[in-house]
Design a protein around this ligand. Structure first.
Ligand code: C2O
Ligand code: CU
Length: 466
């Protein structure tokens, strides 16, 4: 490998806490290697090492690529089980979506798979495996994908990437079960060790008066923080799941698992000022990270913190076909269980546990193999517009994610929800949320709750686009 290749790779892979990576524009795009492997690392505050699963031995590595530019990632699997990479929120070609058995063959231990696509949309995305996800994510297997937008260069003085993740680790570094019946059947199993970029309450710096952009990602499998920025004047959400929106006040925005929020504000003009990023859900605010102003004061003449508008397929609400989705509890269908037994199909083969607590329209995804999929939740026509109403008939919140599509969240029956683009939307108990989208590339696209214990116990389906 030549020196320039190494430099390019290092520039692409930076620690999550790092500032803007240098932008190298090379004529020919080169491949990034992402190796999933087992790493022993002591998490903050623990006395013994944890067995982590990481990409390139880093907690939440950040990959920076550019919109519409060809991108190649060679995935090498050095885990003891099969895996793949799902590029969450990126409108990739179907064959690049990284769902074992559905969009590609699982990548076996010791094998590689090359992902190749040109990301059509700028924004803050992430990547993770899509099988045994509860354990893989629980052990840290996730990375950040920032797709840079040439249109917004220079709009901000500084940006920080903040990756929220909790760990179910004990003091000695061992992990508690990643999936518990009590958790899976309710709000999920929480981790007590709460980190940002793998650290407890990290401190980051910004210059006084700087125009600041925070790319905040929740890669936790369970927790739903309510974000607030204490000490910042009027922080606004400028992008949801990476997509530019009309800026709205941050004020307790709930960030469910897999959701992202880009938050912007102008830093206080004095050095030494503190801004605390906190989770205000619960009785006492919980500080997650700190920003401190330091260095030379910057004075910006530009007032607006708005990003260039998202350029996404606009659903036609007048001709849209209506879809109804009910998020419900569920139980194993004894007929299907018997069928699975008879046919010798083990749920492990398709990345599921045997337990069923949830369903979508009373349909669950139990022990059926990849070549014997349950029927799709809906059959859609590529290019046609759809409005789906998601109704939550359970007592828990569900962040619902659709692969391969960015949908417009139109509104909620229960609260003021600014219309915005998303790939994951939080549906609260009794709430009806309407989303609209244009069906994309033909293929089977996963649709599931991103509380991974819910996903793995029934709240998963797929939409078939033809
Ligand atoms: Cu972030 Cu189906 O996944
Ligand atoms: Cu759920």
């Amino acid at each position: 490998m030549t020196k320039s290749l190494l430099t390019r790779r290092e520039a692409l892979m930076t620690g999550a806490a790092a500032l803007l990576a240098p932008r190298l524009v090379l004529a020919a795009p080169e491949a990034v290697t992402l190796t999933a492997g087992v790493v022993a690392k002591t998490l903050p505050g623990n006395v013994g090492p944890s067995t982590l699963w990481l990409y390139n031995e880093k907690i939440a590595p950040v990959l920076r690529i550019r919109r519409n530019e060809a991108f190649t990632a060679v995935f090498r699997n050095e885990l003891a089980e099969h895996s793949a990479i799902h590029w969450h929120g990126v409108r990739v070609p179907h064959a690049m979506d990284g769902v074992p058995f559905i969009t590609q063959d699982p990548v076996q231990p010791g094998e590689s798979f090359t992902y190749q696509f040109a990301p059509p949309d700028p924004g803050t995305f992430f990547f993770h495996p899509h099988c045994n996800t509860v354990e893989a994510l629980g052990r840290g297997l996730a990375g950040v994908l920032v797709v840079e937008d040439p249109r917004d260069q220079g709009l901000f003085d500084i940006e920080h990437v903040l990756v929220l993740k909790d760990w179910r680790s004990r003091h000695d570094g061992s992990f508690e079960d990643f999936l518990t019946d009590a958790g899976a059947a309710r709000a999920g199993s929480f981790g007590d060790l709460r980190t940002v970029n793998g650290a407890v309450l990290p401190t980051l710096t910004v210059q006084p008066g700087a125009r600041v952009r925070l790319r905040i990602l929740n890669v936790d499998s369970t927790r739903i923080p309510m974000l607030s920025l204490r000490g910042a004047a009027k922080p606004v959400v400028i992008a949801t799941d990476g997509n530019a929106c009309d800026p709205f006040a941050l004020n307790g925005w709930r960030l469910g698992p897999a959701m992202r929020a880009d938050v912007a504000f102008i830093a206080p003009s004095k050095a030494g000022a503190e801004i605390i990023i906190e989770d205000v859900f619960g009785t006492k605010p919980r500080p997650l990270a700190k920003l401190v102003t330091a260095g030379q004061e910057l004075r910006s003449t530009r007032a607006s913190l708005r990003l260039p508008a998202a350029e996404l397929p606009q659903p036609d609400l007048k001709t849209a076909t209506r879809l109804d989705v009910q998020l419900l509890s569920g139980s194993a269908d004894p007929k299907l269980e018997a069928w699975a037994k008879e046919n010798g199909v083990s749920p492990d083969e398709i990345c599921l546990t045997q337990k069923v607590f949830w369903s979508l329209n009373r349909q669950v995804w139990p022990g059926m193999a990849h070549d014997r999929l349950p029927p799709p939740l809906f059959e859609l026509k590529s290019g046609r517009s759809y409005v789906a109403e998601l109704f939550n008939g359970t007592p828990h919140q569900h962040p619902m994610h659709l692969h391969g599509h960015t949908f417009r969240v139109l509104g909620s029956s229960e609260r003021d929800l600014p219309p915005h683009w998303a790939d994951t939307v939080l549906v609260r108990p009794k709430e009806r949320i309407r989303i609209a989208f244009v069906a994309g590339e033909p293929g089977d696209w996963m649709f599931h709750c991103h509380i991974i214990e819910h996903q793995e116990t029934g709240m998963m389906a797929y939409l078939r686009v033809s």
